[in-house]
Ligand binder design. Structure first.
Ligand code: AMP
Length: 283
């Protein structure tokens, strides 16, 4: 396992790999690796000769009141998990290496970054787009791999990669879940036992939405209300939003039209822990 901490050294390594005819995959992460990340790394390993897992808790994507300082960090463990899943390189830069004194360039994606998480977390996607643009420039991959768990992030980054001509293949891996349906997330560790017991309600509510659509429901608002109702019945969580949108544009859908892919997404707080989840439905 090759652990690299400096952007210039990573670029040199990637240039060497490319010169040797190797295909490079990038899996961007914030560490605290779990089985969701492992699925991304395995997918990357199936598509490339060298798999770079970046581990960087990106301050630019956290709001001032968010959990940046308490975000779990354990590079030694992450390196072992990444290696076991098929990574060849871990790129783990320090904050100063990524955002040195005088840093002032940011990437802003348009409409798709505005609703949902973009509305709830001002500046979040500016931080995400900026760091992923930098990681793509530093690691120069042929393919990059992301998780459907962060559905809007997928839409935003796909847009950025196309708009800025990154010329990198964009692969999305389905959400990996616990047996009870809870989507794996580093933030699940913050849940109290009582909150953890309630948290599977999110995926139950999303599957309920799928049942309703298969049963003929086509009204977006009715669907959103039903999802929120399921969450209220099954937990004490505070729902931040339930959104029924076009999966590609993230525009809210008053009516679900046939042939369209629909994204139902949720953000909800269990105590102080904010969880997101989503489901894609084909109408
Ligand atoms: P993070 O470390 O939370 O920034 O996530 C790094 C990557 O892993 C992102 O592309 C996430 O969408 C993806 N990811 C996180 N959790 C899961 C999961 N449960 N299933 C699939 N992908 C995930």
């Amino acid at each position: 396992m090759n652990i690299i901490r400096e952007p210039r050294l990573m670029q040199r390594e990637s240039d060497g790999l490319r010169a040797a005819g190797k295909r490079i995959a990038l899996v961007p992460t914030m560490g605290a690796l779990h089985a969701g990340h492992e699925a991304l790394i395995r997918e990357a390993a199936a598509r490339a000769d060298a798999v770079v897992v970046s581990v960087f808790v990106n301050p630019a994507q956290f709001g001032p009141a968010e959990d940046l300082s308490r975000y779990p960090r354990d590079l030694e463990r992450d390196t072992a998990v990444a290696a076991a899943a098929g990574a060849s390189h871990v790129f783990a830069p320090g904050v100063q290496a990524m955002y040195p004194v005088g840093y002032q360039t940011y990437v802003t994606v348009g409409d798709v970054a505005l609703p949902l998480e973009g509305a709830a977390r001002p500046g979040h996607f500016r931080g995400v787009a900026t760091v992923v643009a930098k990681l793509l420039n530093i690691t120069r991959p042929h393919v990059s791999v992301f998780g459907q768990k962060d559905a809007q992030q997928v839409v935003v980054l796909r847009r950025m990669v196309a708009d800025l001509d990154f010329g990198v293949e964009f692969v999305v891996v389905p959400t990996v879940r616990e047996e009870d349906g809870l989507a794996l997330s580093s933030r699940n560790a913050y849940l109290s036992p009582a909150e953890r017991a309630q948290a599977p309600v999110l995926y139950r509510a999303l599957r309920h939405a799928g049942d309703l659509v298969r049963g003929g429901e086509r009204r977006g608002a009715a669907l959103a209300d039903a999802v929120a109702g399921e969450i209220a019945r099954g937990s004490t969580a505070a729902v931040e939003y339930v959104a029924v949108t076009d999966a590609a544009t993230l525009e809210p859908l008053a009516t679900l039209a046939g042939g369209r892919r629909v994204l139902v997404s949720i953000a909800a707080r269990f105590g102080s822990t904010r969880l997101i989840d989503n489901i894609l439905l084909d109408v």
